[in-house]
Design a binder for this molecule. Sequence first.
Ligand code: FMN
Length: 169
Amino acid sequence: MRLASLAPSAWNAQTWRFAVVQSPDLKEKLREAAYGQAQITSAPAVIVVYSDMEDTLETVEDTAHPGMGEEGRSGQRQTFDRVFGAQDVAQRGQWGLSQANIAFAFVMLAARGLGYDTVPMLGFDPAKVREILDLPEHVQFAGLLPIGKRAEEGFPHHRHGVERLTKFY
Ligand SMILES: Cc1cc2nc3c(=O)[nH]c(=O)nc-3n(C[C@H](O)[C@H](O)[C@H](O)COP(=O)(O)O)c2cc1C
């Protein structure tokens, strides 16, 4: 989690939050919320990456770098109030999620670097996951991430070639 929390974000907002679920009982419930997908209970832990833009806004001064002093803290407050104050919760929640998605990828890369395997998942009912983890209505999920060690080799990755994806100028 420490490595993943080094992910960058716009204005250093760090909208991501993590819930690490190891309890067999809770994993069973998460599995039900994820339409029975077995990797939730076969993995020793499930990392839930979500964004909480409302918490970010309430505590946004803490995201100003200490090196910028009191001026940095009040500047951070003014920026966020100006940019997000007029937006509704869903709209700014979407922005928060776009930042949390960066941390989601960082968790996968950090895990792989440490020799673990993960499965990124969006196949679940978000309302149910909020209820299971007792999270507020406004949070948005980057995804669930069962983490463990692979039991067997899967297929190699199948991806577009770089030439198909990239224009060079
Ligand atoms: C945002 C996202 C959501 C995904 N949701 C699921 C899921 O709910 N269940 C699942 O088994 N795999 C899920 N996947 C895994 C993809 O199917 C998988 O990454 C893709 O088929 C490529 O396979 P590979 O990463 O093993 O090469 C998801 C991947 C991403 C990035």
